[in-house]
Write a protein that binds this ligand. Sequence first.
Ligand SMILES: [Zn+2]
Length: 186
Amino acid sequence: MCVICRKEVTDDVEELRIYNCNDIEKIPSYPNLKELEIFECDKITTISQYPNLEKLSIKSSNIRTFPYYPKLKELQFWFCDKIKAIPYYPNLKELKFCYCYNIEQIPYYPNLKHLELCWCDNIKRISYYPNLKVLMISYCPKITLIPYYPKLKLLMIYDYENNNKLIINNKINIINNNKIINKITL
Ligand SMILES: [Zn+2]
């Protein structure tokens, strides 16, 4: 039982965290909701439309689809292995994917500043992001090319088996397994 099942949430709620509920199937549509976290709610397979949502964090393996959120700035996923694609969010600034095995590519987001990918076995391609400042990649073995990002300040690469095959088109110091190396292949 979560706060929604216990009817403790009012319609004007702005931040909502739902953890470990095996009863809830759908989160109602709250017009003022800005932040939503859903952790370990196995019956939820899709997420409602929230016109003012700015931050969405999901750690719940049965979620398959979610809609377009015009104001979304931050999106985080853990263990969402039924998600295959994510929509275009024009205002997205921060994106994090961990243990999402069915994602194959990260779409173009014009305002993305921070991208973190860890243990996403099937990501093959990351797009060009004109405003990207931080890129962190841990064990995504199918990524072989890091495109040129003109505003990149920090690139961290961890546990990368194919290190020698990785082509990095950025003139920047790279933090690799906690050591700063000067691998520049521009
Ligand atoms: Zn509940």
